[in-house]
Design a protein around this ligand. Structure first.
Ligand code: GAL
Length: 646
């Protein structure tokens, strides 16, 4: 396991640099990430580049054996650029230009932004092309699928539509524009979703295309940067760092042409008291590994209490600094870079804590970090080791967008059901992959396909997978929309009805109301949000609603399809509901499970060079006892036990 830190030489007096680098080297830090916001120091005046300070910093680290990840500083163009090109900032929904002086405000399509970015990237990439200390590049910082409503971006959207549909008739048909007399008779009439209307009032077909466009648009900017870096600094892997935000690009497309994934990982410093809240970042980590189906990096890892965008949160409790980093490693993050070395004493983020506090006196969190660095050295044999999972969960950004565009019912969130299924299988001690809907399903035994809402070619693969002996778990809100985000004229679950062997004669979006779901053994669990009122055609009923006006109707079913099985969960249950289904499905598929793991204990196995390595993590605020292979274990809060299995 390789440990790094995010460091900002430009924030500190130079007299601190050498001492910082020394302490990093002594502690076991192997790399630093530099310069993602440093444009105003790299080009203080137009066309005047200054790499001397960065050279000095890079050399200082290199002389201590610390590698460098350099970033393109394109998230924060300097103010002289905006002074010269005031229209280079993004235009917001209300038509106002974003104000400068913060970050991420540039319009990525503005020719001046492109021109200055190109010059900066070329100058930097050429300058560091022969510098062996620079081992990788990060593009920009946390790129988002920005909604910029400047005239240029609006024009790009229209061009994107022209390329996709070819004719206005095709757009009108795809969008059902006859509704509210919205039929276009010229391309200029096409409006992006700006203005004061809530998004839910706008045409859902246009909205989904706009999300797709916004994602493609920023990915084009990212790939353009990658190409520049590769041209002038060949042989270094290129990445960009992502997080889960409101306007996420489609990660599967974003990383397709980049060399590796990096993710910014900020797990909660206070675990929720409600056990129903899925809080483990194991889900996000498995999702990030699934983007390229390969080990990945954490480019920013929790180092201290978070604060600045909101009041300060709790500091990481004892055990969290090491435990959360090892949790990331257990799920495939071979390199974990901590944000940040020292808490900033200046700027808006001065309350987002680093490993060392404002005082510059290393304290408890730093000692835990140093201990982690020691443990990391012992994990070299597991570096790059794959994780073999029998269970996969399918994920799609199209669905994430479509559910944001049209919230289904109160409390209903797309990713939450993926998380609940993930939590259900991981609670049985199983490795779980979260992969894109476009992926092949070979090698899995169980594939969870929750909320297959917008039509995709995954439908055929799921049919084939089940027919060939696999187990598929489907849920409500599947088969609902065509590829344009229009409702399909079919009883739900539409294209999945045959394999599921059920149909929903009606559905009940019950929001925050609750309903009882009773299993065949007489026990009941609570559900809510959504209820498909199911009629089993060929399926066997596993559970029925036991309250509400549809009492007695099927809620959860299982169908035989070819050699395999198809489960259908027609409602959104408490965690226990998913645990039950996961347990039944795993047992039936003959997969080994650990049914009595205490809450919060997560087990992951990586295939190391010298055999399997088992990671047992206590993601709970209290000590947990368990028995594994006949051996009694006690894990302190956030403790990670690493066992080499032979
Ligand atoms: C990240 C971002 C960092 C820093 C951090 C703390 O999302 O990439 O630059 O802002 O959050 O706020």
């Amino acid at each position: 396991m390789r440990i790094g830190v995010d460091y900002y030489p430009e924030h500190w007096d130079k007299s601190l640099w050498a001492a910082d680098a020394d302490l990093m080297a002594q502690t076991g830090v192997e790399l630093v990430r530099l310069a993602e916001f440093a444009w105003c120091r790299l080009e203080p005046r137009e066309g005047v580049f200054d790499f001397a300070w960065l050279d000095e910093a890079v050399a200082l680290f290199a002389s201590r054996g610390i590698d460098v990840v350099l970033c393109t500083p394109t998230s924060c163009p300097p103010l002289w650029l905006y002074e010269k090109h005031p229209d280079a900032v993004m235009v917001e929904k209300d038509g106002q230009r974003t104000r400068t002086g913060i970050r991420g405000h540039r319009c990525v399509n503005h020719p001046a932004v492109r021109m200055y970015c190109e010059r900066m990237i070329e100058a930097m990439a050429r300058h560091y092309a022969d510098n062996k200390a620079v081992i990788a590049w990060q593009i920009d910082n946390e790129l988002e699928a920005y909604f910029c409503f400047c005239e240029r971006c609006n024009g790009r959207f229209r061009e994107w539509l022209q390329a996709k549909y070819g004719s206005l008739e095709a757009v009108n048909r795809a969008y059902g524009n006859v509704v509210w007399s919205g039929e276009y008779s010229s391309w200029e009439q096409i409006q992006p979703p700006c203005g004061s209307y809530p998004h839910a009032w706008l045409n859902p077909a246009l909205m989904l295309d706009y999300y797709r466009f916004a994602s493609d648009n920023v990915i084009a900017f990212c790939n353009w940067q990658a190409e520049l870096i590769r041209r002038h600094c060949p042989g270094r892997p290129v990445t960009t760092n992502v997080w889960f935000c409101e306007h996420m690009p489609d990660f599967y497309k974003e990383f397709r042409d980049l060399d590796f994934i990096s993710y910014d990982n900020y797990p909660a410093t206070k675990l929720p008291e409600d056990p129903e809240v899925c809080c483990s970042h194991a889900f996000h980590l498995d999702l990030m590994r699934g983007v390229k189906r390969a080990p990945f990096w954490i480019m920013e890892q929790l180092s201290g209490g978070m604060g600045c965008w909101a009041p300060m949160a709790r500091m990481p409790e004892p055990g969290m600094i090491g435990g959360y980093a090892l949790q990331a490693f257990a799920h495939g993050a071979d390199t974990v870079v901590f944000f940040r070395w020292r808490t900033a004493n200046i700027g808006a983020e001065m309350h987002w804590h680093g490993l060392i506090d404002h005082s510059n006196v290393p304290g408890r969190r730093f000692r835990e970090f140093a201990e982690l660095c020691r443990r990391a050295k012992e994990l070299q044999g597991v570096q790059g080791a794959p994780i073999k999972a029998d269970v996969a969960i399918l994920c799609s950004f199209e669905n994430e967008y479509a559910f944001r565009i049209q919230p289904q019912t109160n409390g209903y969130y797309y990713l939450e059901q993926l998380q609940r299924l993930h939590a259900a299988f991981t609670a049985l001690g199983m490795n779980v992959d979260v992969i894109g809907q476009h992926e092949a399903l070979d090698g899995y035994r169980i594939v969870c396909a929750p909320e297959m809402y917008v039509a995709s070619d995954a439908s055929q693969r799921l049919h084939d997978f089940a027919a060939g002996g696999g187990t598929v778990i489907l849920t409500a809100r599947s088969g609902v929309k065509d590829e344009h985000n229009n409702a399909v004229m079919a009883q739900l679950p539409g294209v999945y009805r045959d394999m599921a062997g059920v149909y929903a004669g009606e559905y009940a979006p019950i929001g925050y109301d609750r309903v009882q779901v009773r299993f065949e053994d007489g026990t009941a669990v609570e559900a809510g949000q959504w209820c498909d009122v199911l009629t089993a055609e060929t399926a066997q009923v596993l559970a029925r609603y036991d309250s509400e006006y549809f009492k007695g109707a099927a809620a959860i079913t299982r169908n035989a399809w070819g050699e395999g099985k198809v489960y259908y969960i027609g409602t959104v249950g408490r965690q226990e509901l998913y645990r039950r289904v996961a347990c039944i499905a795993a047992k039936e598929a003959g997969l080994p499970i650990i049914p009595d793991l205490p809450a919060g204990v997560e087990i992951t196995v990586r295939r190391g060079r010298e055999g399997d390595v088992r990671f047992v993590f206590n993601h709970a605020a209290s000590a947990q006892r368990l028995t594994l292979d006949g051996q009694a274990l006690t894990l302190a809060p956030y403790e990670m036990l690493i066992q080499h299995l032979h």
